[in-house]
Design a protein around this ligand. Structure first.
Ligand code: C5P
Length: 243
C-alpha cells in the first residue's frame, strides 16, 4: 500500500490523509488505555472489532438521518471518513448511573436516571478531560449556545438509536461518549457525529446477567476484553471474519 501522510495519532486510532479532499482514513489500533493512559495494553483484534462495530453503528445512524463522518469501511482496520473540525468536547450521555457519575454522587452503579443526562468534558489529555459546565464552553468559545442545543439534540437521537439497537440484542446501554465535528456545505455549518462508537466508548451490560461487555472489562480487570467485544459483535451479526 502506498505510504500515506499521517495527520494525527491518538491513543486508539490513527488518522491518515484520505484519497479525496475532505476525507481521511481512520485506522483502528489494538491499543487499549484507561485512566488517562495510566493503564495500557495491546489487545489483539480490538481494532478489527471496533472498526466493524463503529461501521455498524455509524451506518445505522446515517440510514435514519443522523449525520456522521462515516463514508465506508476500507478493510479490517480502516475506514474512510469525512474530515471534520472536531469540537473539543466529549459529549457523554447517561441513562443509568455508572463510572465517574456514580463515584462523584455516591450512587449505586446501575441506578436508573430520571431522564438521559448529558454532560460535557473538555478534550485535553494533559488535564484528564475535565467535566465542564456549559458556561465555560460558551465563554471560552469552544461552541456557541446554538451549537450546544444542536449537539444535545444529536446526542439524544444517537442515544435513542443505540439504546434501541442494543436492547434488541439483550444489552442495556448504560452510557456512552460521542465526539462531534463541524463540516461546511454551501456556506452552512453542520454538526455531525465523528470519532467512533464502539464498546471502547460505551457502557454495555447484558440485560439478564448484568455482565459487562465494554471497556470496563479492561479498566476493572474483569476478564477478556476481546471476548466481551466479540460477544457484542456476534449478537449484532457483525463478525470480523467475513471480509
Ligand atoms: O468515566 P465516565 O463514567 O465519565 O464515562 C462515561 C462514558 O463515557 C463511558 O461509556 C466511557 O466509556 C465513555 N468515555 C469515553 N472516553 C473518555 C471518557 C469517557 O469514551 N475519555
Amino acid at each position: 500500500m502506498a505510504r500515506r501522510k499521517l495527520v494525527y495519532e491518538g491513543k486508539a486510532k490513527i488518522l491518515y490523509e484520505g484519497p479525496e479532499p475532505g476525507t481521511l482514513v481512520q485506522y483502528f489500533k489494538d491499543d487499549a488505555t484507561a485512566f488517562n493512559a495510566e493503564k495500557k495494553a495491546t489487545i489483539e483484534g480490538k481494532g478489527v472489532l471496533n472498526n466493524r462495530l463503529s461501521e455498524f453503528f455509524m451506518t445505522g445512524l446515517n440510514n435514519i438521518g443522523v449525520p456522521t463522518h462515516f463514508i465506508k469501511r476500507i478493510n479490517m482496520r480502516e475506514q474512510l471518513i469525512r474530515s471534520v473540525e472536531i469540537v473539543p468536547l466529549e459529549v457523554i450521555v447517561r441513562n443509568f448511573a455508572a463510572g465517574s457519575m456514580a463515584k462523584r454522587l455516591g450512587m449505586e452503579e446501575g441506578t436508573q436516571l430520571p431522564r438521559p443526562i448529558i454532560e460535557f468534558s473538555y478534550k485535553d489529555d494533559k488535564l484528564g478531560d475535565p467535566l465542564v459546565p456549559e458556561e465555560y464552553i460558551i465563554a471560552f468559545g469552544w461552541a456557541s449556545q446554538q451549537d450546544l442545543d444542536d449537539i444535545v439534540a444529536l446526542a439524544l437521537r444517537v442515544n435513542d438509536y443505540l439504546s434501541g439497537v442494543m436492547y434488541g440484542v439483550g444489552i442495556k446501554l448504560v452510557d456512552f461518549k460521542i465526539e462531534v465535528g463541524r463540516i461546511w456545505e454551501n456556506e452552512y455549518m453542520r454538526l455531525i457525529v465523528a470519532d467512533e462508537i464502539s464498546p471502547d466508548s460505551c457502557r454495555l451490560w447484558d440485560l439478564e446477567s448484568g455482565r459487562k461487555l465494554d471497556k470496563d472489562v479492561f479498566r476493572r480487570d474483569l476478564g477478556s476484553l476481546t471476548d466481551a467485544y466479540t460477544e457484542v459483535a456476534r449478537r449484532l451479526g457483525v463478525l470480523p471474519s467475513n471480509g
